[in-house]
Design a protein around this ligand. Structure first.
Ligand code: ADP
Ligand code: MG
Length: 605
């Protein structure tokens, strides 16, 4: 056992250096703190400079309210702030800062210069601090506002310095921080200067839409749908990306709570839920989420950098975010045409007029017809000629021809199209008014069946189709248990299902829209998803999951050879889908290449 060591109180100097470690982790943290101060000071113009990845210099210049000399001297003390008086104030703090730690921390671990002047004062003040010790105070001729320079960050904390990464990495963090705040404040003008060169300049007084376009580029901006939802005292605004724009990580996901960049597990969970059935696991759509809630509902004081926040009622926030995303992605004729990637600009009148004639089958002989019933799709008799050639030949019951239906589809990805055939024994090739479309028939069919069955389920109108011969389906013990627990759900989905004892079930009916699917395959797949998800029966998620599994098993297989009329029916059905662009597991149903893109690739300007 070691001998007890004497206890002593740490000197302020040591305390400050330790505390600095909590607030300042890397050059980007300096940018964050100083930018927040500039915003709190009411700046309308903010400039961020970095040299050598921010290790040599981080400087922030603002045109905010500035400080008189006494305040400037106080500002660099620990726990000195103008933003709160009392603990209770934290509950409704409207400023980004309030802990009074940043300037003390940064000046403790850098060569620090603060130059500041309130507009009303004739002269400004300059403070020079090195490693936390005040070295100089003097008058300075400077414009109204504040400039803070932090040079040689961590010069006196070698342990910290070692953890800094390559300049390029540190710079990437700085850029990211800059972008976050520039997005949060489109009304402010911003400039980023890297190693003496201007890297970004963003004009003041912009709208969020303008700012987004400037930052993420026009291509991504085109794939964003506006979010706008108010639920009680929660407002969700911003933009949500189409599933097609998704990527592997969350780098394009920005969350702001009451104007403060923030992260909260509840929000990320809600984003995933919002995109559930639109994206496969592990894919993340870009999203710019601005949530406004009563400040008393958020605890921002969980972490010194205030990044992690907690909600008093995470459930309400979560629901609002999910609903906002779902609504935004719901295509409507008006938003669809203007802002979705795959919906096309309005056609020229010539094209519109000829829409009826445009579903043409160019290649008369596909490989030998293999009669495949498209469950859930209106069947044309196998010998039916292309409907446009002999309009009257359509069966009497099927009133609209596919061409008409296509035109009627409110959120159709195309206004007219022509089926060119199937390539690689798999992909369907379509010509549309605006480009070339490749369609995966399995994914497309899955989407169509998924929406049909889900719609019927939610409106309690599932049509069930009795099997000619009831089938006994033997399941694995764990999945059998899941089926047993969810029997009511499965019956509501249209399954005729009875427990046969052991791990076996008798199936005597299937949802009619699944057509001649194998009851064994469908049931086994649903059972597995129910068992794996541990989802509560009847929860929206469990139902979606189960319906998605059923749709997957009932859909045409990837390598099935399709007749042209079958392809045509599938194209029509997909065009009528609410969310035609992805299968319920989030894989794309169609890949679109615009003529513009082709022209570019062929070098036609
Ligand atoms: P906090 O922001 O939590 O109050 P800081 O250490 O970041 O703590 O800043 C201390 C105080 O210095 C602030 O409360 C503010 O009054 C003043 N201050 C800091 N930066 C600026 C600035 N850019 N313009 C005007 N005042 C500033
Ligand atoms: Mg601050």
């Amino acid at each position: 056992m070691p001998a007890p060591k004497p206890i002593h109180v740490l000197s302020d100097h040591v305390i400050n250096k330790i505390a600095a470690g909590e607030v300042v982790e890397r050059p980007a943290s300096v940018v964050k703190e100083l930018v927040e101060n500039a915003l709190d000071a009411g700046a309308t113009q903010i400039e961020v400079e970095a040299v050598g990845g921010g290790r040599q210099l981080v400087a922030i210049t603002d045109n905010g309210c500035g400080m008189g000399r006494d305040d400037a001297l106080l500002a660099i003390e620990r726990h000195a702030t103008s933003k709160i008086q009392d603990v209770d104030d934290i509950e409704h703090v409207a400023t980004l800062g309030f802990r009074g730690e940043a300037l003390a921390a940064i000046s403790a671990v850098s060569h620090f210069t603060l130059t500041t002047r309130p507009a009303a004062d004739l002269a400004g003040t300059e403070l020079v601090i090195a490693g936390g010790k005040l070295a100089d105070v003097k008058d300075a001729g400077c414009p109204p506002g504040t400039r803070i320079e932090a040079r040689r960050l961590f010069f006196n904390v070698p342990a910290r310095r070692k953890f800094l990464r390559a300049d390029a990495t540190e710079l990437a963090h700085i850029r990211q921080m800059f972008v976050v705040y520039a997005l949060a404040h489109p009304e402010v003008g911003w400039r980023l200067v890297v190693d003496g060169r201007e890297a970004m300049r963003l004009a003041a007084g912009a709208t969020l839409g303008d700012r987004l376009r400037d930052i993420v580029g026009a291509d991504l901006a085109r794939q964003l749908r506006p979010l706008d939802l108010t639920r009680h005292d929660i407002t969700v605004r911003g933009y949500a990306g189409q599933p097609a724009a998704a990527r592997q990580d969350r780098t394009e996901q920005y969350v702001f709570i009451n104007g403060r960049p923030a992260s909260a597990a509840a929000i990320y969970h809600a984003i995933n839920e919002g995109y559930h059935t639109l994206l496969p696991p592990g894919r993340h759509a870009p999203i710019f989420l601005f949530i406004e809630v009563d400040p008393e509902q958020v605890d921002v004081n969980v972490h010194p950098t205030k990044k992690e926040v907690r909600f008093r009622q995470p459930g309400a926030i979560r629901d609002a975010v999910i609903e906002a995303i779902r609504r935004a992605l719901q295509p409507t004729p008006t938003t669809g045409i203007t802002s979705s990637l795959l919906t096309m600009p309005p056609p020229t009148t010539a094209i519109a007029a000829s829409a009826e004639q445009q579903i043409k089958l160019l290649i008369p002989d596909l490989p030998p017809p293999r009669t495949f019933q498209f469950p859930g799709l209106p069947m044309l008799p196998p010998s039916a000629p292309p409907p446009t050639a002999v309009p009257g030949a359509a069966p009497p019951a099927a009133a609209p021809t596919p061409a008409q239906e296509l035109k009627n589809a409110a959120h159709s990805p195309w206004l007219w199209c022509r089926v060119l055939g199937q390539v690689g024994g798999l992909y369907v090739v379509l010509e549309t008014e605006d480009g070339l479309v490749l369609m995966d028939p399995h994914a497309a069919h899955e989407r169509v069946l998924f929406e049909q069955l889900l719609k019927q389920y939610t409106s309690h109108a599932v049509k069930s189709q009795g099997l000619l011969a009831p089938e006994t389906v033997e399941l694995l013990p764990a999945t059998a248990e899941a089926v047993r627990e969810n029997l009511p759900l499965l019956r509501e989905m249209g399954f005729g299902l009875a427990d046969f004892g052991g791990d076996a079930f008798i199936v005597d009916a299937l949802p009619a829209c699944l057509g001649g699917a194998s009851s064994r395959a469908v049931l086994a797949a649903i059972a597995e998803s129910l068992a794996k998800g541990g989802a509560r029966g009847g929860s929206a998620r469990a139902v979606e999951e189960a319906v998605a599994q059923a749709a997957c098993k009932a859909a045409v297989k990837a390598r099935d050879v399709l007749r042209l009329d079958e392809i045509e029916q599938l194209v029509v059905a997909l065009a009528r889908a609410e969310m035609p662009y992805t299968c319920p597991h989030g894989r794309p149903t169609i890949i679109f290449t615009s003529y513009g893109e082709l022209h570019r690739k062929f070098g036609r300007a």
